[in-house]
Design a protein around this ligand. Structure first.
Ligand SMILES: [Cu+2]
Length: 125
């Protein structure tokens, strides 16, 4: 009977490590919050967008694009990472956004090496 204990332990360890792997896979950088918020209606143009992720991100391999309703790309400054909070990207707007609807398309590389992307929109009155 004692011989059976070891394979069972091995099987338990295998299951445990497989679930660790799948947890790591779930730890991609998901967008947790953003300013302006998704579907927000702003009284005036924000000066910058901020996007806060569930994981730290690599700014050099991350991009954030702002498009108007004619799919024209709005001019933004370089995407910066918050110096203290490495899970936050700051996108300065070089010119105020005119009234209209905007779509934000983001692509990020998290420090665990995984890429994620998504989009949301907001509008300016
Ligand atoms: Cu990941």
């Amino acid at each position: 009977m004692k011989k059976c204990a070891f394979p069972r332990l091995a099987a338990i360890l295998l299951v445990a490590s497989a679930s660790l792997v799948s947890q790591a896979a779930l730890a991609h950088a998901h967008l947790e919050s953003q300013y302006p918020a998704a579907r927000a209606v702003m009284e005036s143009s924000p000066q910058a967008l901020t996007l806060t992720f569930s994981e730290d991100v690599e700014p050099a391999f991350s991009s954030v694009e702002v498009q108007n309703s004619q799919q024209q790309k709005m001019s933004t400054g370089k995407v910066q990472r918050n110096g203290r909070e490495h899970n936050q990207l700051i996108v300065p707007l070089t010119q105020p956004l005119p009234a209209g609807n905007y779509q934000v398309n983001w692509h990020v590389l998290s420090v665990d090496g995984h890429k994620t992307k998504g989009s949301y929109d907001f509008s300016v009155k």
